[in-house]
Design a protein around this ligand. Structure first.
Ligand code: C2E
Ligand code: MG
Ligand code: MG
Ligand code: MG
Length: 280
């Protein structure tokens, strides 16, 4: 078998690998230059109370518009920002900008609105992370209870004592904590009792075919029941149809997020969504 492809085949793979490495380098270089410019900015997507349609919060989602590379989706650059360490200054800017926007919403009369900010493992483990959170809160004047940090299960595999201490400090500051993309990572249910989470976000992959596939339906119902039993709020991501929403309501899932209500929108439009108050 190995002989079959011969020389040409290995050349082919080498060329392709080079091309991929080059693209990665290109992305990293451009990203490095983009930090601190308006190429990087946030969109916001509402989190909605299932029973009433009321907007409870907004998730800040990073966008990158590069003159050469075009609109780069986060799935194509966040992991690289993570490995290169660029996520640290980028994440700092995300925190600053999300807290400033949310302070504006609070001032406009939406005192209960929460802003949810994604934090990647590398950023969370940076020595200055807690300082970055404190600085973003104090610069914006946003109450800590209006900030929710979303972390993924991957972080919980890291050095236990460090993670414990940072999570506990955040909790004591009044910052809300949620587990993002629940059910896709290296799930260990024990961390649900070990760590001070307020909210569990069911990964959006569970919504696809949820109503048609018995197993998936059972998994979602079970996750919701478990979260409710533990006193955690539960958010379903990726809700696209009113049938999905009706089902989520029937199984007592509190909060939903998805294209059914709104795509992620620029800050100026987020204000209008908030002013409507109810999105159903
Ligand atoms: P996530 O935190 O799980 O965010 C939800 C993703 O699902 C967003 O993708 C959102 O646009 C998408 N989404 C929401 N509702 C629907 C729906 O109904 N249908 C479909 N098909 N998709 C929906 P997005 O904005 O492309 O972000 C992808 C991921 O990139 C995020 O997943 C998050 O892990 C990461 N990310 C985004 N912004 C940041 C950031 O500021 N910092 C860090 N560390 N990661 C970020
Ligand atoms: Mg998220
Ligand atoms: Mg998520
Ligand atoms: Mg997700």
């Amino acid at each position: 078998q190995a002989k079959l492809g011969g020389r040409n085949r290995s050349c082919f793979f080498t060329a392709r690998m080079n091309e991929e490495a080059e693209t990665r380098l290109k992305i990293e270089g451009e990203l490095r230059r983009a930090v601190g410019t308006d190429q990087l900015f946030l969109n916001y997507q509402p989190l909605v109370e299932v029973r009433t349609g009321r907007v409870l919060g907004m998730e800040a989602l990073l966008r990158w518009k590069n003159p050469e590379l075009g609109n780069m989706p986060p799935d194509r650059f966040i992991s690289q920002a993570e490995t290169s360490g660029l996520i640290v200054p980028i994440g700092r800017m995300v925190l600053q900008s999300a807290c400033r926007a949310a302070r504006g919403w609070v001032d406009a009369g939406h005192a209960h609105i929460r802003v949810c900010v994604n934090v990647s493992p590398r950023q969370f483990q940076d020595a200055a992370f807690l300082e970055d959170v404190r600085a973003a809160l104090s610069a914006s004047g946003l109450p800590a209870t209006n900030l929710e940090l979303e972390i993924t299960e991957g972080l919980l595999l890291a050095e236990r004592a460090e993670v414990d201490s940072v999570l506990n400090t955040l909790e004591s500051m009044g910052v809300q904590l949620s587990i993002d993309d629940f059910g896709t990572g290296y799930s260990s249910l024990s961390y649900l009792e070990r760590y001070p989470f307020d909210t569990l976000k069911i990964d959006r992959s569970f919504m696809i075919g949820m109503l048609e596939r018995h197993e998936r339906k059972v998994l979602v119902e079970t996750i919701v029941a478990m979260a409710n039993g533990l006193g955690l709020k539960v958010i379903a991501e990726g809700v696209e149809t009113s049938e999905q929403l009706a089902h989520l309501d029937a199984i007592n899932c509190d909060i939903a997020q998805g294209y059914l209500f709104s795509r992620p929108v620029p800050e100026a439009e987020a204000v209008h969504l908030l002013a409507r108050n109810f999105l159903l």
